[in-house]
Design a binder for this molecule. Structure first.
Ligand code: BDR
Ligand code: CA
Length: 307
């Protein structure tokens, strides 16, 4: 059965990998993208999303999201990880298309109503737009089928600080609000995505099978893997966002535990996701184990089909 999907994204190298996987998987009916800051600024994220879609000849709407966190001042984009424009050393040409006139939160609220009970939302950036959609419509998350979030960490520590995963760190107040809201949430965090690691050879083989789009990912991955090496990780890059997309289409490849989650919003541990059994919120299904080989194979098999 195919799933109806919207991705909220800050493209971003692993966001590009996730998007091409979602485009290629016949089990995914990708309806739209919404954009957010994080790896890049929000205007760059919108431009990058449009560029990726046009390069893949996919015509779906892009709605531009908010450009500032819910409470914190704006945090600088992660250009040392993803490059100044978001895709390593790649120049990103100005796309032909434009974002729709609705903001991302407005668009998400409307789509969740239109596809009530059917829509899967996969945020792979900070959760700012999602929290704002909940502000606009208290029924927003109850209208979704599921939300599969790339972010956080239960036991694996952080990646942007020792305590925090980057997406949650960029807007901890939004993440805390989303976790407290009572949605059907699966969290695909560093506990699993740090283990889905692909070496340079994976992307080189992908480029052989899919010279244009696989080739683009190969070029971007070189920069991403160079960054991983600067932090002492020499076996490749973490497939964070693509793993979250696989969890939308194939939840059976992941093992989850139920946890009541909150997010620390200040101090040294800002952005840390904490399991707190005393909370009365709905439990979040936190991914704690993954069929690593199957996830890597599913991404490869699908992206390799793209011309
Ligand atoms: C997450 O942060 C970003 O750098 C990636 O795109 C991913 O969404 C990983 O922590
Ligand atoms: Ca991302």
């Amino acid at each position: 059965m195919t799933i109806k999907l919207i991705i909220d994204t800050d493209p971003g190298i692993d966001d590009a990998m996730a998007l091409f996987y979602a485009i290629a998987d016949p089990e995914v009916d990708l309806l739209a993208l919404t954009t957010v800051f994080g790896n890049v600024t929000t205007p760059q994220a919108t431009r990058n999303a449009l560029f990726l879609l046009e390069t893949a000849a996919v015509n779906i709407p892009v709605a531009e999201g908010l450009s500032k966190p819910r409470e914190l001042p704006t945090y600088p984009p992660s250009s040392h990880v993803h490059g100044a424009e978001g895709f390593g050393t790649l120049d990103v040409p100005t796309p032909q298309g434009k974002a729709v006139s609705e903001t991302a939160p407005e668009f998400l609220v409307r789509m969740a109503r239109a596809y009530k009970g059917e829509l899967v939302l996969c945020p792979i950036g900070p959760l700012t737009n999602i929290a704002a959609a909940m502000d606009l419509d208290p029924e927003f998350c109850r209208n979704l089928k599921r939300m599969v979030i790339m972010g956080g960490s239960l036991r694996a520590g952080g990646n942007i600080t020792p305590a925090a995963e980057a997406n949650i760190y960029h807007d901890p107040h939004a993440a805390d609000f989303v976790f407290s809201y009572g949605c059907n949430i699966t969290l695909v965090g560093l506990d699993v995505t740090n283990r889905v690691i692909c070496p340079r050879s994976y992307f080189a083989q992908l480029a052989e099978q899919s010279p244009k789009l696989g080739g683009l990912l190969h070029q971007m991955a070189e920069f991403y893997i160079d960054f991983y090496e600067t932090v002492g990780k020499f076996n490749g890059c973490g497939m964070h966002d693509p793993s979250a997309l696989v969890a939308c289409a194939a939840p059976n490849l992941f093992v989850t535990e139920d946890h009541h989650l909150r997010v620390i919003c200040s101090g040294e541990r800002s952005g840390e996701t904490v399991s707190d059994p005393n909370l009365s919120s709905e439990p979040v299904k936190v991914c704690v184990d993954v069929d690593i080989a199957a996830v890597k194979k599913k991404i490869f098999k699908n992206v390799a089909k793209l011309v």
